[in-house]
Write a protein that binds this ligand. Structure first.
Ligand code: NAP
Length: 254
């Protein structure tokens, strides 16, 4: 990791980090000593984001800031990156975590269902990375970690939109890994299986229970399981790893 100064302490920017996996990632990176930018988009998450910032302040010797921005919007993604740079001077770690599902069988899937998911889960990754990469290239270091899904590797019935977007994230991760390696920027992806968050709470719980029976390790992931993998990619120990996809799925998609 680079030298930092009081004027330029650097930070980890975690999209969609008011709750779920993103919140666990923000807490884990803060515990590892990184200042953290917490991002959310909905009004209802403003309070949760503020609580998370308070929890981090109480337990870790780092600073945080909360930025509301819709990463599916190219200009709003710029305001998020600009706010992080304004507050901390540099973005050392970018975690593209924000994501949504709009499940449905292909025969019944509406165009908006497809577009909304692709705009958030894939184009959102492009939007934030596109704005963050210039300063990262200038500083000649950076870690980009994208949250994909086993659905993007193995496909999942009822998730043609989500599986396509998450597979796209893997292609994006590998392409930019090649492009940015000369600037000492790594790009890796984490592909979770089923994780206990609001996203899976919305699923049909009988179907979920059946699917969990197929997981070799016999349980769903907790958000902290995913955060551990992200913290590894962000650490000095992962400095020679780029363009990789780490499945954190209890063996589900072996
Ligand atoms: P979650 O509990 O539903 O939280 C999603 C987070 O993303 C929220 O903070 C939400 O913000 C934010 N978000 C959504 N759209 C956004 C936008 N346009 N701009 C900014 N933020 C936005 O989901 P999760 O389960 O933690 O999922 C996190 C990531 O892991 C996603 O990419 C998801 O696809 C992936 N994943 C999850 C699972 C799983 O089983 N849960 C499995 C594989 C992959 P608000 O709080 O403001 O709504």
């Amino acid at each position: 990791m680079p030298d930092t100064t009081a004027e330029n302490p650097g930070c980890a920017l975690v999209t969609g980090s008011a709750r779920g996996i993103g919140a666990a990632i923000a807490e884990k990176l803060a515990a590892a000593g990184h200042n953290v930018v917490i991002n959310h988009t909905s009004e209802r998450s403003a309070e949760t984001a503020a609580e998370l910032a308070g929890r981090i302040a109480a337990t870790c010797d780092v600073d945080t800031c909360v930025v509301a921005a819709d990463i599916s919007d190219f200009d709003a993604a710029k305001t998020l990156v600009d706010a992080a740079l304004e507050r901390f001077g540099a973005i050392d770690i970018l975690v593209n975590n924000a994501g949504i599902t709009r499940d449905g069988l292909l025969m019944r899937m509406k165009e908006e269902q497809f577009s909304e998911v692709v705009d958030t889960d894939l184009k959102g990754v492009f939007n934030v990375t596109r704005h963050a990469v210039g300063p990262m290239m200038k500083q000649r270091h950076g870690r980009i970690i994208n949250i994909s899904s086993v659905s993007g590797i193995a496909g999942n019935a009822g998730q043609a939109n989500y599986s396509a977007a998450k597979a796209g994230v893997i292609g994006f991760t590998k392409a930019i890994a090649r492009e940015l390696a000369p600037r000492n920027i790594t790009s890796n992806a984490v592909a979770p299986g089923f994780v206990r968050t609001d996203m899976t709470a919305d699923m049909n719980q009988d179907v979920l229970e059946e699917m969990c029976k197929q997981i070799p390790l016999g349980r769903m992931a907790e958000p902290s399981d995913i955060a551990d993998a992200v913290a590894f990619f962000a650490s000095d120990q992962a400095g020679y790893i780029t363009g990789q996809v780490l499945q954190v799925d209890g063996g589900m998609a072996i």
